[in-house]
Design a protein around this ligand. Structure first.
Ligand SMILES: *Cc1c(COP(=O)(O)O)cnc(C)c1O
Length: 410
């Protein structure tokens, strides 16, 4: 079930956490001169900045709070539209709704990330941002999305919850737009049970992000700084135990990604000549996280047949990442001052979320099967596959099993 980082949990995590417990200071702020203060959260932020080549990193409590912080930092609010892919986790939509803005669903393409052409179709005078979700560890077509954002003066948010450590053309995912977000929940590349992070190169955006995450305080507060609090915010602070654990996981990132790439390549090599089988387009092969291998069968019938024999599900049927399965938003949501589920005085229109509204996405997902490499998860449709510590023999055996099933069904 869990993501790859889970498989690497060991003495290092234990050591980092014990360090904090022995010193007994669990709050992210403290006095530098106090030996009890181990500044794990700040160290994590600094090490991410250094490794990812980004100016500012802010640790928070989850990937969802990272998105809320990001939207607030970009001043996205009532009446604004944010373009979001129809294949993502609900947090991409719910965070926009919580920001009192409107998620506008767009199609994904063969990379299973935002289709730039459809994004451009969905732009209206209300559009404020594009949320590029690097789905299943696979980079979006950032060049194209950035070009569209620039042309239409839109902000680019990267939801890199599923792609921590991945890159696009040599730059880390999350650092390519106006702001990026990560999650450290148990299903992600590295995990601390729960946790998240926001990154940006913009000092003003960082300042607002920091304030929103901590009751309006300015970065690196040293106490309750009365008179200096800039905005009304919330509390999404990461604590030292989570910081310590995440830090130990973070230091294993290269090893984790290398291993995933190695085993994915070994598996893929053995199935890539199967006639009639196609692979998900990967916008940066070296930069993807390699947590999953997605294949397309020629049509829905054959995809269902293959999935059944592998005791898994096609992506279309696999649960909560497909907009068709998001009962939280399905049905008519009328965005008017009266009918809105939230107060939205600036927007008068109708937004309807309904099954089948993204036919291109539906067609792709009903032909798609996710094979696990690092995330064995029925909810992702990846009940079949290998895992990070599979031996070469196990990988080869799974590949042969897959070959056999596909050839029987094609
Ligand atoms: C997991 C995830 C999130 C939310 O992260 P949490 O830490 O679970 O709050 C947001 N977006 C995507 C695409 C995700 O997969």
């Amino acid at each position: 079930m869990p993501g790859p980082g889970f498989e690497w949990i060991g003495k290092e995590e234990e050591q980092e956490v014990i360090d904090v417990i022995r010193a007994s200071w669990l709050f992210r702020y403290g006095d530098e001169k106090n030996p009890q203060f181990k500044h794990k959260v700040v160290t994590l932020e600094e090490e991410v900045c250094e490794k990812f080549g980004i100016q500012h990193a802010l640790a928070v409590t989850s990937g969802t709070s990272a998105l809320l912080v990001a939207l607030s930092a970009l001043q996205i609010g009532p009446g604004d539209e944010v373009i979001v892919p129809g294949y993502t986790f609900i947090a991409s939509m719910s965070s926009v709704i919580m920001a009192r803005a409107i998620p506008i669903l767009a199609e994904v393409d063969e990379s299973l990330t935002l289709d730039p052409e459809d994004v451009e179709q969905k732009i209206t005078p209300h559009t404020k941002a594009i949320m590029a979700v690097h789905m299943l560890g696979n980079p979006c077509n950032i060049d194209k999305l950035r070009e569209i954002a620039k042309k239409h003066k839109l902000l680019l948010i990267e939801d890199a919850a599923q792609a921590f450590g991945g890159s696009y053309k040599g730059k880390r995912l999350g650092t390519l737009g106006d702001i990026g977000t990560y999650s450290f929940n148990i299903f992600k590349t590295i995990n601390a049970g729960d946790g998240g992070m926001v990154v940006t190169n913009d000092a003003e955006v960082y300042k607002r992000a920091f304030g929103y995450h901590d009751q309006g305080h300015l970065p690196l507060r040293m106490g309750v700084e009365i008179g200096k609090r800039s905005i009304v915010g919330q509390n999404f602070r990461m604590n030292e135990l989570t910081g310590a654990f995440t830090l130990a996981q973070f230091r294993k990132l290269d090893r984790i990604l290398e291993q995933l790439h190695r085993i994915k390549a070994r598996f893929k090599h053995q199935i890539q000549d199967i006639k009639g089988l196609e692979f998900r387009r990967i916008n940066d092969v070296e930069g993807e996280c390699a947590t999953l291998l997605t294949v397309f069968l020629p049509d829905k019938q054959r995809a269902d047949a293959v999935a059944e024999k592998l005791n898994t599900l096609t992506v279309a049927h696999s649960g909560w990442h497909v907009y068709n399965n998001m009962e939280q938003i399905l049905g008519k949501m009328t965005i008017t001052p009266e009918g809105c589920p939230f107060t939205c005085p600036y927007y008068k229109g109708e937004v309807e979320y309904k099954k089948g509204m993204l036919p291109q996405t539906d067609k792709l997902l009903e032909r798609a099967i996710n094979i696990s490499v690092g995330v064995v998860d029925r909810g992702l449709g990846s009940a079949f596959g290998i895992h990070p510590h599979s031996s070469d023999d196990e990988i080869d055996q799974k590949a042969q099993e897959f070959r056999k099933v596909v050839q029987e069904c094609l």
